[in-house]
Design a protein around this ligand. Structure first.
Ligand SMILES: O=C(O)COP(=O)(O)O
Ligand SMILES: [Mg+2]
Length: 222
């Protein structure tokens, strides 16, 4: 494997456990619509394809069928309103994340963040987490016309930062991260502790399977 100059990180389920805040927002949305709330464990299985899909999956589980466009749009507005107030709630990093990011930064690795979360929520979350100065470029799921599993955002970062995909490593918890990286011609490390629709990340065959974020130190030969 090549040496890597650039590391692109996923956010939810990789750096922070954001399901508690997402579940609060989903349940505020459901309550506003006079539906019963959903358990955290269910919400965990719906994360990965951005806010529209999260809302659609929650409504589909509640109604027993896919919501019509009017309800979907109304629910998405309610979700956004609720998530804006919950997103910065007690943020929980996974073990090893802060120390490892600091070590990567100190070693001169270039770092970027590519999440499927709508961009408008991301700077506030990074600031609340104290991560606002770590990433040279931050993309949300709606920053470009395509989100992961499309390789487009990962390739966009490579182009903008002038680093070839072959010298870039993707780090994520979901098959969307692995598929995007493989399609971009990038190596990828998959973390086992995040959200992958309840499936094992190893099934997507990332180049490395890590139980612990600090495992990046040896992949990056620090
Ligand atoms: O918002 C999502 O669905 C997932 O976000 P992520 O890409 O940071 O894991
Ligand atoms: Mg993720």
């Amino acid at each position: 494997m090549a040496d890597f100059d650039l590391v692109q990180f996923d956010l939810d389920g990789t750096l922070i456990d954001s399901v508690p805040q997402l579940a609060e927002a989903i349940n505020d949305m459901l309550t506003s619509l006079n539906y019963a709330t959903q358990p955290l464990s269910a919400v965990r299985g719906w994360v990965g394809n951005g806010a529209d899909m999260l809302v659609q999956r929650a409504l589909t589980a509640t109604l027993g069928h896919i919501p019509d466009a009017t309800l979907q749009q109304r629910a998405r507005g309610l979700f956004d309103e609720a998530y804006a107030s919950h997103a910065h709630g007690t943020l929980v990093f996974y073990p090893g994340v802060l120390g490892t990011l600091e070590r990567l930064r100190a070693s001169g690795k270039r770092l970027a963040l590519v999440t499927n979360k709508p961009y408008r929520f991301v700077p506030g979350i990074l600031a609340a987490a104290g991560l606002e100065d770590y990433f040279e470029l931050v993309l949300g799921g709606d920053s470009l016309t395509e989100k992961k599993p499309s390789p487009a955002p990962l390739l966009h970062v490579c182009r903008k930062l002038n680093v070839s995909p072959a010298r870039s490593l993707m780090v994520g918890d979901s098959e969307n991260d692995v598929l995007a990286a493989k399609a971009a011609g990038m190596a990828v490390a998959g973390l086992t502790y995040g959200y992958n629709y309840g499936r094992a990340i190893a099934d997507s065959q990332p180049d490395w399977v890590l139980d612990d974020f600090a495992g990046l130190v040896s992949i990056l030969k620090l």
